[in-house]
Design a protein around this ligand. Structure first.
Ligand code: ATP
Ligand code: MG
Length: 338
């Protein structure tokens, strides 16, 4: 029997999960979980959330259960996937420290995703050191669980590259093969970085998201406010579809692409109103989100059960982490006592 591949991914508890997570990562995780070909771990990255929310612990605390509910609602099954909480595994911090000695500051400065995020978060000259090094902590997350397959959105490619480098360096320096190089598993082209309502990457932290838990009213209000084509004033005016968020979303979410092509042609020729096309998009999204929303509401009735599920998952994850940590310390020559 071939050994199952370990799948590891996670999300920061900085808010509820959105439709970008759904197509960018969650859908893949559920499919891979159900294939039975993997040993899946999903981590709620609360330690990482502190790197840019240290002064706002309530946000992290409040988001923990929200993220867990989102997981369960989309079909992550705790019987098949170990769902755990990052801060429950102190070994992750230990490995992060060892990794930090194997990477230069110059290398960390080159990470394009971190560069963009530093700009977006407006840190200026006061970039928290913990934030700056978060890709190293992510490398530790993946490496400690020997994750070899990591289903994530496109913004995570630089993190995976960094992880592979650190794993190679660690194994080389300490003459071992204990750590494994991961590969990313990315969604189909165009779905790995879903734009938000304002056109930049949809993010929990940017207030530009459509959440899996949004009510029908919230969903309609967001779709109604979406950016279309400012020159499309009269219904009869020809409209542009490039940069038009309604069509961007239809490309991603409507399974009837022949219909989308027809609507695009009609819009470009003139004669298709913004309200009509937005109503259509609303229906497409609502059809996908309704079952998720309903399952989530039912699960939210018993929050203690969700918290217990996280505790059980974290306990199992820690046992695995401790075994690998002993192997790591042995390789480094610091396992002084049995
Ligand atoms: P934050 O603003 O706190 O960073 P986020 O919305 O970027 O939140 P993360 O928890 O950082 O979400 O990301 C979790 C996973 O979801 C990652 O694999 C990431 O690539 C993926 N992801 C996040 N946003 C999108 C998006 N807009 N499109 C596709 N995938 C996404
Ligand atoms: Mg992010």
């Amino acid at each position: 029997m071939t050994e199952r591949k370990v799948l590891l991914t996670g999300d920061r508890p900085t808010g509820k999960l959105h439709i970008g997570h759904y197509v960018g990562s969650l859908k893949n995780r559920v499919a891979m979980q159900n294939s039975g070909e993997y040993t899946p771990y999903i981590m709620i990255a609360d330690k990482q959330a502190f790197t840019d929310n240290a002064r706002n612990p309530e946000k992290i605390q409040n988001s923990l259960l929200e993220v867990a509910l989102d997981y369960l609602a989309v079909g992550i099954d705790p019987k098949k996937t170990t769902i755990f909480v990052q801060t429950a595994i102190p070994e992750l911090s230990e490995l992060t420290e060892y990794f930090l000695n194997l990477v230069s500051i110059a290398r960390l400065q080159r990470n394009p995703t971190v560069k963009t995020e530093i700009q977006q978060k407006g840190f200026g000259e006061s970039i928290p050191a913990g934030f700056f090094i978060y890709p190293v902590s992510q490398a530790a997350d993946i490496a400690l669980f020997k994750g070899t397959i990591v289903p994530v959105g496109d913004d995570q490619e630089p993190m995976l590259e960094q992880t592979r480098e650190l794993v190679r360096t660690f194994n080389h320096v300490y003459h071992t093969d204990v750590l494994k190089e991961p590969t990313g598993f990315f969604p189909p082209k165009g779905q790995g970085r879903i734009p938000g309502l304002d056109g930049v990457k949809m993010s929990k932290s940017l207030g530009n998201a459509i959440y899996l838990s949004d009510s029908e009213d919230e969903l309609w209000a967001k779709v109604k406010s979406m950016y279309t084509d400012p020159k499309h004033i009269q219904v009869t005016d020809p409209g542009h579809i490039e940069g038009n968020m309604v069509f961007t979303y239809l490309d991603i979410f409507d399974s009837n692409q022949a219909q989308v092509a027809e609507l695009k042609a009609q819009y470009q020729a003139g004669g298709l109103g913004d309200m009509k096309i937005k109503k259509y998009l609303f229906e497409v999204l609502n059809q996908e989100l309704t079952p998720i929303r309903e399952r989530r509401q039912a699960l939210a009735e018993d929050k203690p059960a969700v918290l217990q599920m996280l505790k059980d998952g974290s306990q199992r994850a820690r046992e695995t982490a401790q075994v690998t940590m002993t192997e790591i310390r042995t390789a480094m020559g610091i396992q002084y006592w049995d």
